[in-house]
Design a protein around this ligand. Structure first.
Ligand SMILES: *Cc1c(COP(=O)(O)O)cnc(C)c1O
Length: 432
């Protein structure tokens, strides 16, 4: 199975039907805890010497299939599923920079991520050095300090669809012995796999395109398993850890000594999932698995429709600018990293007042006005007021994110119906 291709893995990876009554669909283990059998196996499971489940905050068979499946799709060593994309981001940041340090990140990221980095993480003594152009390598070099612990970027930005040069960013990170963390939510592993270009950790809001049906909040952390956490900058992986040793036998161990190249992901589970507790429930994991089965077909059609809509918008005289790097001519980063397309999300700037933008939003009939992306339903939103509300005006301005920018997330409806819907709404809005 492990040498199978993407389309096979998304349906089969991580699931062994023989151990589940040959159920074709992954069963939902809707249980808080698991019997330990007898005191012997209980001892072994508790010590981590035997594989098994004991309590669903730490592990659950349905959730485990999702974790192994995503790890396989991304080519990572392992993954941990959590209760939301924000939990995945928070846990990765804390697991990397716990105790204090700095992280470099661009300002073109998801609103809640930027809010967390600007206003919350500093309270935990994790400071962010923010910069504006994701691929401004010179600026990154200037920001690097002795206590810089990571570089964090989004592969495809929201809503500008700017592309991060992952290979180059990974190179800079590794020259400085720090990891590159990539939020790969927009492309999903179907369109882009950051590990192939040197990224060390990937996070997802699987609320979005991975699940694809807008019915779950969920997140994933995926570990490439290649980064050397023993290089002296990350003591949390090399210090002795009480729960990993055996007090009675006088044995001590650290995450790195015990788990080697899985140290990061095991620590994320044992410290952050187990102790901070943002767990993904088995039913939600089942829904994500269900959505994931059709990811390739969904995204292929959504990319094709999004490209046609971008072309239509470019010809509309009430549209000032279209943000969809997928249809840029001569975009080397798109050519290099995104041969199958950049995804289902695009944006455009309406030529008119904000009052007219409200009219447009209130006039769509096929599109749904709501703050989400990556759904089978096509969605529309004014990010400046809603999804990117947390971003200070000065930063919004640098990214041309004014209140005339409208974001679209393209679903699986008929492309003509979607274009006609936008066209009639734009015409109503354009009328004075
Ligand atoms: C939605 C989103 C998140 C946050 O995920 P939740 O599942 O809503 O917590 C993070 N990053 C990106 C790029 C997103 O679109």
């Amino acid at each position: 199975m492990s040498d199978s291709k993407f389309d096979t893995l998304r349906i089969h990876a991580g699931y062994d039907p023989e151990s589940h009554q040959y159920a074709s669909s992954v069963p939902i283990y809707q249980t808080a805890a698991f019997g330990l059998g007898n005191t012997n196996t209980a001892e072994q499971i508790a010590a981590g010497e035997k594989k098994g489940f004991s309590y669903s905050r730490v592990g659950n068979p349905t959730v485990r299939v999702l974790e192994e499946r995503i790890a396989a799709l991304d080519g990572g060593v392992d993954a941990v599923a959590v209760g939301s994309g924000m939990a995945a981001i928070s846990y990765v940041i804390l697991n990397v920079a716990e105790g204090g340090g700095r992280i470099i990140a661009p300002t073109n990221i998801y609103g809640a991520s930027l809010d967390e980095f600007r206003t919350l993480m500093p309270k935990f003594n994790i400071k962010f050095d923010l910069y504006d152009d994701v691929n401004d390598f010179e600026q990154i070099e200037n920001l690097l300090k002795a206590d810089t612990k990571a570089i964090y970027v989004e592969s495809v930005a929201n809503p500008s669809t700017e592309i991060a040069d992952i290979e180059k960013l990974a190179e800079i990170a590794h020259q400085n012995e720090i990891p590159l963390i990539v939020d790969n939510t927009f492309p999903t592993p179907f369109l882009f796999r950051p590990f192939e270009y040197g990224a060390d950790l990937v996070v997802y809001s699987s609320t979005k395109g991975i699940n694809g049906h807008g019915n779950v909040i969920s997140g994933m952390i995926v570990d490439h398993g290649r980064f050397d956490w023993t290089n002296g900058k990350f003591p949390q992986f090399t210090e002795n850890e009480f729960i990993l040793g055996n007090e009675q036998k006088g044995i001590s161990a650290s995450f790195s000594s015990k788990y080697d190249n899985r140290a990061f992901i095991v620590r994320a589970r044992m410290k952050y999932l187990r102790l901070f507790g943002s767990v993904l429930g088995p039913f939600d994991a089942y829904l994500v698995l269900n959505g994931l089965e059709t990811i390739s077909e969904r995204l292929t059609k959504e990319v094709s429709t999004a490209s046609r809509i971008a072309e239509y918008l470019k010809t509309n005289k009430f549209v000032k600018k279209v943000y969809y790097s997928g249809t840029d001519s001569n975009n080397e980063l798109v050519e290099k990293y995104f041969p199958k397309g950049i995804g289902s999300i695009l944006a455009f700037e309406f030529e008119g007042t904000e009052g007219q933008v409200f009219k447009l939003l209130n006039s769509v009939k096929v599109f749904t006005y709501l703050p989400n992306v990556g759904d089978v339903r096509s969605l529309i939103v004014n990010p400046g007021r809603i999804t990117h509300r947390e971003i200070p005006g000065e930063i919004k301005e640098k990214h041309n994110l004014n209140n005339q920018v409208i974001r679209l997330s393209i679903g699986l409806e008929d492309v003509e119906d979607l274009i006609n819907d936008l066209d009639q709404a734009i015409r109503i809005a354009a009328k004075k």
